[in-house]
Design a protein around this ligand. Structure first.
Ligand SMILES: Nc1ncnc2c1ncn2[C@@H]1O[C@H](COP(=O)(O)OP(=O)(O)OP(=O)(O)O)[C@@H](O)[C@H]1O
Length: 308
């Protein structure tokens, strides 16, 4: 059976400079692959390439054995979601608005959702942050909310660019716990030398592209184990198409009023979860478009074909 994601011989050049060459690995459901390397080595470029936000200069990407052109670029980005380093300062509106905007993209429709307020709570934040302006949030708050939104949208693969860089130690541990249990396969750029050993999995070392297997992590202390509310928040997102499948405002947790006015779908807000671009369109070769979509449960090959 084809792996969930396969990267074969990936090459990225920028301005005629070779940054990444011959990067190969596979990733299956529930696995974590950390990406380490010195600053400027090409970690973000690698994530952007895997998200099909930039062209490759060589190599190939396969999701369930299918290349992006067969999956379709919006569907690819639904399943392989890029969470850049926080750029909340460039965002307008509120996290709730971003979340609802994301669900309006065609490839997102009809997808099961996680419980965003519960996920935000699991990351140690007041749920009211979802209705605050991005500009009013601290860097650490914005980073956690951005990751929670990405998880709630439920990609098969989450591409995380230093997701705890703005978090204090306690917040970073909460984030690690939540991400490790979220059900998505993770490709996780980190500069924290302890993070991989806390979570286990594998490490891709750049620039050489060697993949190292980590020893199993020690069990989490009980205080850090996933508590039932978070389990529920994620369970609401795995599996069938029922329940809160449309992910609309009514899918918010009881007692939490997520409010959003959505005057137009295209917004810089979508950049929090993606790189750049301006719409959910399906024109052209798919590069430069904005948003990713994602099911919380990994899509089957037939689901992938259906969203094309
Ligand atoms: N749009 C661009 N135009 C020109 N050069 C770029 C562009 N994007 C990235 N680069 C260059 O590519 C190299 C890799 O950048 P990248 O952002 O992937 O590094 P990184 O490993 O993620 O670094 P850091 O750990 O500091 O975040 C850097 O030398 C960077 O200057």
């Amino acid at each position: 059976m084809a792996p969930l994601l396969e990267v074969r011989g990936l090459r990225r050049d920028v301005a005629e400079r070779s940054i990444l060459a011959n990067i190969s690995f596979t990733l299956d459901h529930g696995q974590i692959l950390f990406v380490r390397g010195p600053s400027g080595v090409g970690k973000s470029l690698l994530l952007r390439a895997i998200a099909c936000l930039d062209h490759l200069q060589g190599g190939s990407l396969l999701l369930h054995g299918l290349p992006p052109c067969s999956v379709g670029y919006p569907a690819w980005r639904t399943c392989v979601a890029y969470v850049p380093q926080s750029r909340a300062s460039s965002l307008r509106g509120t996290p709730a608005e971003l979340y609802f905007q994301a669900q309006r993209f065609a490839a997102q429709r009809g997808r099961p959702r996680g419980d965003l307020p519960a996920l935000v709570g699991a990351l140690g934040l007041e749920q009211s942050v979802l209705n605050q302006q991005w500009g009013e949030l601290s860097g650490g708050q914005a980073q956690r909310v951005g990751v929670a939104i990405a998880v709630a949208l439920g990609p098969a693969v989450l591409l995380l660019d230093e997701p705890t860089s703005a978090c204090d130690a306690a917040a970073a541990l909460r984030m690690e716990r939540m991400l490790a249990g979220c059900g998505s396969a993770l490709i996780w750029v980190t500069h924290d030398p302890q993070q991989p050993s806390r979570l286990g999995g594998r490490v891709l070392e750049l620039p050489l592209g060697n993949v190292l297997e980590l020893p199993p992590p020690p069990p989490l202390p009980p205080a850090l184990q996933m508590q039932p509310p978070l389990r529920q928040a994620l369970a609401g997102a795995d599996g069938d198409d029922g329940g809160a499948a449309d992910g609309g405002p009514g899918s918010a947790a009881p007692g939490v009023a997520l409010t959003a006015t959505l005057p137009r779908p295209a917004s810089r807000a979508a950049e929090l979860l993606r790189g750049n671009g301006d719409g959910d369109g399906d024109a052209g070769d798919g590069y430069g478009e904005t948003f990713s979509d994602s099911p919380l449960s990994p899509p089957s090959p037939s689901q992938l074909r259906n969203v094309r």
